[in-house]
Design a binder for this molecule. Structure first.
Ligand code: ME8
Length: 512
């Protein structure tokens, strides 16, 4: 089986999960489920980023140890993911022993390759962003006089300390060549161009150790230094794949790292250069998605308007949230979460289109033939057109998801659903029943139910619970959604004449 490795960022434990964390993780879950359905050997990783000054300070503010804070927040993540039907295969914590080993092994590899040296460091540091700024960068951003962070506007601190450096500058040309030769490496294209011009602007060596705090992984052989939190964090993707015990981990290189646009530079500049220095293969793709606002406003801890998944789950089904987040905004662009748009999208696309097609088809089958698929007649052009559309949808959804175009994949399935609803109108089964044209009536109902079955399979990575429900009504047996494989179920014509469906039960009742 072909391996497929998809990752989310590992989330900081100084805050509770919010809409943004939920978004990336749902997107990764849809890819993982889609690839499993397609028959790949999937490894889907998420986890938590627990080291660094930011976490240490958050713990101090609560007067607890950093690990106690981490344990508490990790619990929140680990209990949230199943509620959102997240099917991760592993959960990595950077405070774990296996990760400790991997980071130190990575450090030694970089050191042995001559990519790390010791020097003095004088710079400006933003604690909340874990980012260093040079004097020039602060001046360019007009933040020099006020000494605040160009990203978050909060105060930056002056830092002068002995530090280890990573020779980032030495990999500038190699990275430029790599990005140019691999057009799919960074997506979307606007982000790729952004990274390229950043790298072409010149890379400075990166300070990669700290002596001013202790919550982190020590530099091997020089224990008063703690390894920079981003070197630590990025290595998680290798730890979980089996590094350093396995020389060629089965799942490495990753097929795709999904991240938010906020952490693009770390993933698309630092990480590839680290891997080049360590002599390891680069991830195949890095996709940076956009930023959500809530009812038109930026989410922030200080405003207290961050949307919490637990609150959302009290009002909406997990599957409805999953659908909305991936349908509403083209992946890669910014978007706004509003209750009005969630309701209107739900009512028009799920209740009116999918729900209605399922409901009316099963209701007619019940009314006209006791829920049994009857002997069909001659196939007409309009039947063949529906089948062709379903076939094309299956191919195109796969192509679209291969480039993380979630909203287009959903739109493509919706086109088939609309086609199905039109097919009902065009054939008017009620008229066929009245005229006693049983063969044509059976043919039309068969095509509808078979279309619905294949639509549900394609939607199952997005809405696993709802689609299990829909398939159960169609197949009249319990459906284990995680065990579905396209090879066994994707062909047209698997439903047999004589099969009995269930009576319709609403899957997407209208929202008021
Ligand atoms: O950055 N809209 O962790 P983090 C969309 N530990 N996505 C959002 C979002 C928003 N408003 N806010 C956050 C870190 N995200 C590091 C990562 S990886 C080796 C280390 C999502 O807890 C988005 O995926 O701050 C973003 O990249 C991530 O949360 C940042 O999570």
């Amino acid at each position: 089986m072909q391996p497929y490795y998809v990752t989310t960022p590992i989330y900081y434990v100084n805050d509770e999960p919010h809409l943004g964390h939920m978004y990336t993780t749902i997107a990764a879950d849809v890819l993982a489920r889609h690839e499993r359905l397609s028959g790949k050997d999937v490894f889907f990783l998420t986890g938590t980023d627990e080291h660094g000054q930011k976490v240490q300070q958050a713990a101090e503010a609560r007067e607890i140890e950093p690990i106690a804070l981490a344990d508490k927040v990790v619990e929140r993540y680990e209990s949230l993911w199943p509620e959102l039907s997240i099917s991760n295969d592993d959960f990595i914590r950077t405070s774990s022993e296996r990760h400790h080993k991997a980071v130190q092994a990575m450090w030694r590899r970089l050191e042995n390759a001559g990519a790390i040296y010791k020097d003095f460091y004088e710079d400006w540091y933003c604690v909340p962003c874990e980012t260093y700024w040079t004097e020039t960068q602060l001046k360019e951003a007009e933040c020099w006089d006020s000494h605040n962070c160009p990203d978050c506007q909060r105060d930056v601190e002056k830092i002068q300390e002995e530090s280890y450096f990573f020779r980032l500058s030495a990999f500038q040309d190699q990275l430029i060549t790599y990005i140019k030769e691999n057009p799919d490496f960074i997506a979307p294209e606007s982000r790729r161009n952004e990274v390229l011009s950043f790298v072409e602007g010149g890379l400075r060596d990166l300070s990669v150790s700290r002596t001013t705090f202790s919550w982190g992984i020590p530099v091997p052989g020089d224990e008063k230094h703690v390894i920079y939190v981003w070197i630590d964090a990025l290595t998680n993707y290798l730890t979980a794949a089996g590094f350093p015990e396995q020389e060629n981990p089965k799942y490495w290189p990753a097929d795709v790292h999904l991240i938010g646009k906020d952490i693009l530079r770390f993933h698309a500049v630092y990480w590839p250069c680290m891997l080049m220095a360590a002599g390891l293969p680069l991830p195949k793709r890095i996709f940076a998605h956009g930023w959500w606002t809530v009812e038109g406003e930026k989410m922030s801890k200080s405003k207290g308007n961050a949307l919490r998944p637990a609150d959302l789950l009290e009002k909406y089904d997990a599957d409805v949230l999953r659908y909305f987040l991936l349908r509403e905004v083209p992946f890669g662009q910014d978007g706004d979460f509003s209750v009005d748009s969630l309701k209107s999208r739900y009512n028009s696309e799920l209740a009116n289109d999918v729900g209605n097609l399922l409901n009316r088809s099963l209701a007619m089958l019940k009314k006209y033939n006791g829920s049994v698929l009857g002997e069909t007649g001659e196939e007409l052009d309009m039947d063949r057109a529906l089948i062709a559309d379903v076939d094309a949808m299956q191919r195109e959804v796969d192509e679209l998801l291969n480039r993380q175009a979630f909203h287009l994949a959903l739109e493509r399935v919706n086109q088939v659903v609309k086609h199905g609803n039109r097919y009902v109108e065009d054939n008017a089964p009620w008229g066929l029943a009245k005229a006693g044209d049983t063969a044509r009536l059976n043919t039309v109902l068969y095509h509808l139910i078979e279309t619905l079955r294949l639509v549900a399979i394609q939607l199952s990575p997005f809405m696993p619970e709802k689609m299990a429900d829909m398939l159960t009504q169609i197949l009249n047996k319990d459906v284990k959604i995680d065990a579905l494989r396209l090879l066994d179920c994707a062909g047209w014509g698997q439903l047999k004449v004589g099969h009995t469906c269930q009576s319709p039960a609403p899957v997407f009742p209208r929202m008021e």
